[in-house]
Design a protein around this ligand. Structure first.
Ligand SMILES: [Cu+2]
Length: 183
């Protein structure tokens, strides 16, 4: 049992020595002007780009477990178009950007919008029942009136837009977001 202990002790001594040397070096360097060390590019995390999209009146439709959708009005503060590429929510690990379009059989169907939601300057993009929406799939828990869902959008310029969607019920006559409508 004593044999394995010897290499360990040796290693410990090595580490201690290295630490002492490092400390000594640090102490020396403290007395001299620090070199203007330019941060290596790999070590410097890219500055988080400021969000270029603002959200007005975001809300999420109340729902039983299954599916629901987030709506709101999205405007860009930038000088050029920007695209909402994806969304994440606190309600489910599965969230998609959907549009409503005419299916081959003439019925309106919801489907993923592969290109995302483009937002042009001066032309707010409205996500509303019956049109574009942020679909929350695999909803594990019900969403009740007044609940809050945290949403984060990822934009084509690399920035992210966090916001909170307040849950409310829609008036009747809306399409069904609770399953069955997605083929
Ligand atoms: Cu949908």
């Amino acid at each position: 049992m004593s044999l394995p202990a010897r290499p360990h002790r040796g290693l410990l001594v090595l580490i201690t020595t290295a630490c002492a040397a490092a400390l000594a070096l640090t102490g020396c360097a403290g007395g001299t002007p620090a070199a203007p060390a330019a941060p290596p590019p790999s070590a410097a995390p890219a500055a988080v780009a400021a969000p270029t999209v603002t959200v007005t009146d975001p809300w999420v439709k109340t729902a039983e477990p299954g599916m629901t959708a987030v709506f709101g009005t999205f405007s860009t503060t930038g000088t050029g178009p920007v695209t909402i590429l994806s969304a994440q929510t606190s309600a489910s690990p599965r969230t998609e950007l959907h549009e409503v379009a005419m299916g081959a059989d003439g019925a309106m169907v919801m489907r993923p919008k592969a290109d995302g939601f483009a937002v042009e300057p001066g032309a707010p993009r409205v996500l509303a029942p019956g049109g574009d929406h942020i679909m929350i799939m695999d909803l594990a828990s019900p969403i009740r009136p007044g609940d809050q869902v945290e949403v984060t959008l990822t934009l084509s310029d690399g920035s992210t837009v966090p916001f909170t969607a307040l849950a409310k019920e829609t008036s009747g006559g809306q399409e069904n977001y609770e399953g069955g409508a997605h083929g």
